[in-house]
Design a protein around this ligand. Structure first.
Ligand SMILES: *[C@@H]1O[C@H](CO)[C@@H](O)[C@H](O)[C@H]1NC(C)=O
Ligand SMILES: *[C@@H]1O[C@H](CO)[C@@H](O)[C@H](O)[C@H]1NC(C)=O
Ligand SMILES: *[C@@H]1O[C@H](CO)[C@@H](O)[C@H](O)[C@H]1NC(C)=O
Ligand SMILES: *[C@@H]1O[C@H](CO)[C@@H](O)[C@H](O)[C@H]1NC(C)=O
Ligand SMILES: *[C@@H]1O[C@H](CO)[C@@H](O)[C@H](O)[C@H]1NC(C)=O
Length: 413
């Protein structure tokens, strides 16, 4: 559900472009290990704001001409908000061993972010720690009518314009909005990354990726209320391998084709992933009518689905909240898309839906070794296709494109 993100990120880009990055000053040499408690008086008492000690430690580490590591030791901390800016003079690591908690009150945030990392090269975030967004109150959407913050709830972790980054052994919990937003990054890897939020939490996408080249999400566990991973325009060379997803809405490309000047999505491999109790498995979605775009070289391979409502879905009539011109066709061109070795069970009979644009039919779609069963009073699984002639090989259960197509656009978000 990456709609709001597009507005927010465009605004963010403008803001970022107009602010010159804060460069560290002084601090010849330096480096080494900087403990926020020992050196900058941070307190693990859940009350004292970690913001100033963290920013002070960041300033020193970022100015160091040799590699530096900031440590947040074990304990529970309160952090109002923090933006950690580069560029830094040498590689930098933030090792979080403790649990860092956000203000529970959604009204405490002026911008849609809690912790942001901005314009840093050679950065590592590690340590086994937890970022707890304390989103429970925000999920109820109470008081939205009287305040405007519900439209700009904070994202737990923002990674903006970063290069050569490793994020390892970190947990993000109960974010009020998306857990993670990746924008304008090059070569960033998430490994042993854990995301947790209730299945009913609204708009809590796990990792949203946009305008980035070389993003890897490896051996990670995502339980949340919206897409586990959502991929927006301008995403290139993505690898998602060894991710377990559920509850959640699956791994999703799009929605595409809503905004002007969207950049191509090119090169996404989703492999060796497991989805359990999710509303979708692997999905590509674009809006009818609206704006042009392209999405190509997308490979879904070795995926296990268990009780997933829509395990395989291309939806070029994506139209939640009736926000589109229903009778128009999508202007987003999809090509070179494969689904290989996808097996398990679906919660609904419609296991496979490949609904492409009538004006720009999907090109070079491949289905190989598909085995998805459904047992229920509503019959076995079916496979629906429109405006696509997939290349089929190996086992096919249900038989590829054997069912009549639905007449109506899909209303579900
Ligand atoms: C990508 O980033 C990692 C750090 O996470 C670094 O070790 C690696 O060399 C980078 N790759 C390239 C091609 O720069
Ligand atoms: C597949 O994913 C699991 C984690 O779910 C990981 O442990 C394993 O190494 C992955 N296998 C390959 C071949 O990447
Ligand atoms: C899937 O949902 C069922 C029913 O709500 C639940 O019993 C089961 O534990 C869930 N499985 C996972 C892996 O969350
Ligand atoms: C399957 O998922 C549905 C919701 O999509 C849930 O109601 C049901 O309990 C789940 N069944 C099992 C066996 O996990
Ligand atoms: C699709 O794949 C073919 C063969 O690998 C390649 O030549 C073509 O450039 C690809 N199309 C796009 C749009 O990338």
């Amino acid at each position: 559900m990456a709609i709001q993100f597009n507005f927010v990120s465009s605004m963010l880009i403008l803001v970022l472009l107009s602010i010159s990055s804060a460069e560290g000053q002084g601090g010849e040499g330096g480096g080494g290990v900087i403990d926020v408690v020992a050196k900058f008086g941070a307190k693990a008492n859940e009350k004292t704001d970690l913001s100033k000690p963290l920013l002070d430690a960041w300033k020193e580490a970022c100015a160091s001409t040799s590699p530096a590591k900031i440590v947040i030791p074990k304990g529970i901390y309160f952090l109002s908000t923090a933006t950690l800016d580069g560029p830094c003079k040498a590689p930098i690591e933030l090792q979080v061993e403790g649990t860092v908690k956000a203000p529970a009150d959604p009204g405490a945030f002026k911008e849609p972010k809690w912790i942001a990392f901005n314009r840093i090269e050679n950065f590592k975030l590690s340590g086994g720690g937890v970022f707890d967004g304390q989103g429970t109150t925000a999920y109820k959407r109470e008081g939205c009518k009287n305040h405007d913050y519900c439209g700009s709830l904070p994202i737990n972790l923002r990674f903006d314009f970063l290069t050569n980054v490793m994020i390892q052994d970190i947990t993000t919990k109960d974010s009020k909005q998306f857990h993670v937003n990746v924008l304008g990054c090059k070569n960033i890897t998430f490994e042993h990354f854990t995301i947790s939020a209730p299945g009913e939490s609204p708009n809590t996408d796990g990792i949203h990726i946009g305008r980035s080249d070389g993003v890897n999400v490896l051996n990670s566990e995502i339980k949340t209320g919206d897409d586990c991973v959502s991929i927006g325009d301008g995403s290139k060379n993505l690898v998602i391998n060894g991710v377990t997803c559920g509850p959640g809405h699956g791994i999703s490309i799009g929605s595409l084709g809503l905004f002007k000047n969207e950049e191509p999505v090119d090169g996404v491999t989703v492999k060796n992933c497991t989805m359990t109790n999710t509303s979708n498995g692997v999905r590509i979605k674009s809006w009818p009518g609206a704006e042009p775009g392209t999405c190509s070289n997308i490979h879904f391979e070795d995926i296990t689905v268990t009780n997933v409502s829509s395990p395989i879905i291309i939806d070029q009539k994506y139209c939640p909240w009736n926000k589109c011109k229903i009778n128009e066709e999508s202007k987003v061109k999809l090509s070179n898309i494969s689904f290989k070795n996808i097996h398990g069970t679906s919660a609904l009979p419609e296991a496979i839906k490949i609904i492409c644009s009538a004006t720009l039919p999907c090109e070079n779609v491949e289905l190989a070794d598909i085995e998805i069963t459904h047992s229920g009073p509503d019959g076995p699984t079916v496979s629906q296709c429109s405006n696509v002639k997939p290349k089929v090989s190996g086992k096919q259960n249900p038989v590829a494109c054997s069912a009549p197509i639905p007449a109506k656009p899909t209303p579900a978000a």
